[in-house]
Design a protein around this ligand. Structure first.
Ligand SMILES: [Zn+2]
Length: 317
């Protein structure tokens, strides 16, 4: 059997802080979760919080080489533990998320924490530094705008169900920079274990593409620079989803098994995506959720540490 999820991935990744426009920053890390920041006139908005306060403190130290303004707003793109549990390090006045994200944290935040810690232990640097679940102070349904002053507006937008039930993006219309969270990956595999595949691959990605970003920071992977690279990142995301829907859908429609669906999907995706970060880690959980979706299970089952292991043993052995 392959090593469980990313439990054997212990190589430290190199972090790169990039200045995307005046006062607009992204930290990428060779396929580890990306984070971002945008300056207002006298405050900073941060986007994503990493897995622990200790991990987040390193990113903040890098950001502090560019600006010493206080973090007024911390935006959480969705509820996944490796994106939210480092929040306390930011000492933000206001933590913002979608209303569905708040509900998901209440419903399954504790189980998700255990699940993700088991899957990706390396990301949880000094796990004892996590003070507890992260609770948003402010939630919204469709759009919330932060006035950055001289740098214009920052729109936080809900584009529909996708990677989870509550993903939001952060959009800078004047700079045409989009922080897409896990709705788009650029040269990194998708995680769809909590996803709504049909919505994501159709209307949600259509609405995201219609923003016409010229720079895109996905959830993992390199920053896409220029309209062509942005289009390629969106197209890659859609292709990954469409391939899964085709392959799993065919086995499901023919009355086959989950294991057959996994084997076929793996065979088709592996030549193109097999070397990308977290491909082997994600695929069993992805196919399992899509199978449920095709069965008519509206909302994803809650992943627990025990369920993670059972699905892994069934599909990756
Ligand atoms: Zn996620």
């Amino acid at each position: 059997m392959k090593p469980f999820a990313s439990s054997a991935d212990l190589d430290v990744k190199e972090q790169t802080l990039e200045v995307l426009a005046d006062g607009v920053y992204a930290l990428t890390a060779q396929g580890d979760p990306n984070v971002g920041a945008v300056e207002g006139d006298d405050f900073v908005v941060c986007f994503e919080a990493l897995a622990t306060p200790v991990a987040a403190a390193d990113w903040l130290a890098g950001l502090r080489e560019h600006t010493d303004k206080p973090v007024k707003y911390l935006v959480l793109s969705h509820y996944h533990a490796v994106r939210v549990l480092g929040a306390s390090a930011f000492e933000a006045n206001v933590i913002i998320a979608h209303e569905n994200t708040r509900a998901l944290i209440a419903e399954r935040g504790r189980q998700d924490w255990e699940s993700e810690y088991g899957r990706m232990p390396r990301l949880f640097r000094d796990p004892e530094s996590i003070p507890g679940l992260t609770w948003p102070h402010v939630t919204f349904g469709s759009r919330l705008t932060i006035d950055l002053g001289s740098r214009g507006p920052l729109h936080l937008e809900y584009l529909g169900r996708g990677h989870t039930e509550g993903d939001i993006v952060a959009w800078l219309p004047e700079q045409r920079v989009l922080f897409a969270g896990d709705l788009v990956e650029s040269q990194a595999a998708l995680y769809t274990g909590d996803a709504f595949h049909r919505d994501w691959a159709t209307g949600t990605l259509d609405r995201l593409a219609a923003l016409d970003a010229h720079t895109l920071v996905g959830g993992r992977g390199a920053v896409a620079r220029g309209p062509q690279e942005v289009a390629a990142a969106v197209a890659q995301t859609r292709h990954f989803l469409d391939t899964m829907r085709t392959e799993v859908g065919a086995v499901h429609a023919a009355g086959g098994t989950l294991k057959e669906a996994f084997t076929n999907t793996h065979g088709v995706l592996e030549p193109r995506y097999g070397a990308w970060p977290i491909f082997e880690h994600c695929l069993p959980f992805n196919v399992s959720r899509l199978w449920d979706e095709l069965d008519g299970v509206e909302r994803p089952h809650i992943w627990t540490a025990a369920r993670d292991r059972a699905v892994w043993e069934q599909l990756q052995s």
